[in-house]
Design a protein around this ligand. Structure first.
Ligand SMILES: *Cc1c(COP(=O)(O)O)cnc(C)c1O
Length: 367
């Protein structure tokens, strides 16, 4: 079986270093908010070329805390509208509604599945206060255009970078464009911890200070609380794991780009639509997502040939029971994406022979 993503094989490449780092933390006797966290935060800030990184418990909390901090600073109010693409993973929408803000779900660009500046412009109302571009599948959103739009209408831009560690346009990385950005280090993400983990990046000192308190019970000083905060901290063990894995992220991204390049050059089947790449460096290939009208047949064909594939995502947020109030929205581009997408294996530890087998199997698919 060719696995979709073999985490054991990915992490075993670094097993000796990971075990050494883990032992160092165990022996230190200090497990929360210590040197390992500070080191990872500094390392990740250098990697992104951003002023502040704040480690938190997971990617959803990262996004929740950014909106929460903007509210604490009086920059957002209950009911303000936040524009986000309707085909995102549900966490992006949860972060908006968890803060009593209103998600405005818009159709994505049908080629890239990311926000389209023209569609965003037409969704702006007097209540719009923020845009949440989700760099889906690892491709950076059209950030120069979205930043111009935000400037014109005085909107905050918050990036959902959970799938886009290291993606850049002309050297400017994901996580440095908006007022703040949320990253996830869920094990299957391009930079994955060995458990749940996340971070916020920002160049804004004031926002960083508020988030720093909010993630720790709303406190800067033990037992003194200025906000009704959360417990959302990135622990020392996960920080140490992430510092090890960050050193190899660029290499893994290069491998992902090479596998994606082989797919793009060699998958040739009129029944299959390949992903649309705007700019090679802007894509870090968290997922390689193809489209096929006969998706269930294609998935069964891959399965018969011992190739695992997954659907990201089968149900859009506006069709979820949790969002009954959004169920009546009509978003045909988004719904078609959810009906046709299929993610094929993209694992930096895959062998070239596996890549060749997947290409061959896809090219031989017929109905
Ligand atoms: C993974 C993901 C998140 C949430 O991250 P967690 O660490 O799982 O909470 C948010 N947004 C997107 C687009 C994601 O893919």
């Amino acid at each position: 079986m060719i696995n979709f993503l073999d985490l054991k094989s990915i992490n075993s490449q670094y097993a000796a270093e990971l075990k050494e780092a883990c032992a160092r933390v165990i022996d230190s006797g200090w497990y929360i908010m210590g040197e390992e966290l500070s080191k990872f935060e500094n390392d990740f800030s250098s990697f992104c070329e951003v002023k502040h990184t704040l480690g938190v418990a997971n990617g959803l909390d990262a996004l929740i805390l950014i909106f929460r901090a903007l509210k604490e600073l009086g920059k957002l109010q209950d009911g303000d509208e936040v524009i986000v693409q309707a085909n995102t993973y549900i966490a992006s929408v949860l972060a908006i509604t968890a803060n009593n803000l209103t998600p405005v779900l818009v159709e994505p660009d049908p080629l890239t599945f990311n926000l389209s500046p023209d569609i965003v412009r037409s969704a702006i109302t007097s209540k719009t206060k923020a845009i949440l571009p989700v760099h889906l599948y690892g491709q950076l959103s059209p950030m120069p255009q979205l930043m111009e739009l935000a400037e014109e209408f005085d909107l905050f831009v918050i990036e959902d970078c959970a799938q886009a560690h290291g993606a850049h346009i002309n050297g400017k990385r994901a996580g440095t464009w908006g007022i703040a950005s949320g990253f996830s280090f869920y094990p299957g993400k391009n930079l994955g911890a060995l458990g749940d983990a996340g971070a916020i990046t920002t160049n804004d000192d004031e926002l960083a200070e508020v988030i720093c308190a909010l993630r720790n019970y709303g406190s800067h000083k033990k037992y003194e609380n200025i906000y009704t905060g959360m417990n959302s901290r990135l622990d020392e063990i996960q920080s140490a794991m992430l510092s090890v894995k960050l050193k190899y992220l660029n290499n893994e991204t290069i491998r992902r780009q090479s596998i994606a390049g082989q797919y793009l050059d060699n998958i040739k089947n009129p029944l299959i639509t390949l992903p649309h790449v705007l700019c090679k460096s802007a894509h870090v290939w968290h997922l390689f997502v193809i489209q096929c009208d006969e998706r269930s047949l294609l998935q069964a064909w891959l399965q018969q040939n011992d190739i695992q594939s997954l659907i990201h995502y089968p149900i859009p947020p506006h069709k979820q029971k949790a969002y009954a109030e959004l169920n009546s929205l009509i978003l045909p581009v988004t719904e078609r994406i959810h009906d046709t997408v299929l993610s094929i294996p993209l694992d930096p530890t895959m062998k070239d022979s596996d890549v060749a087998k997947i290409i061959h199997t896809l090219n031989n698919f017929s109905v």
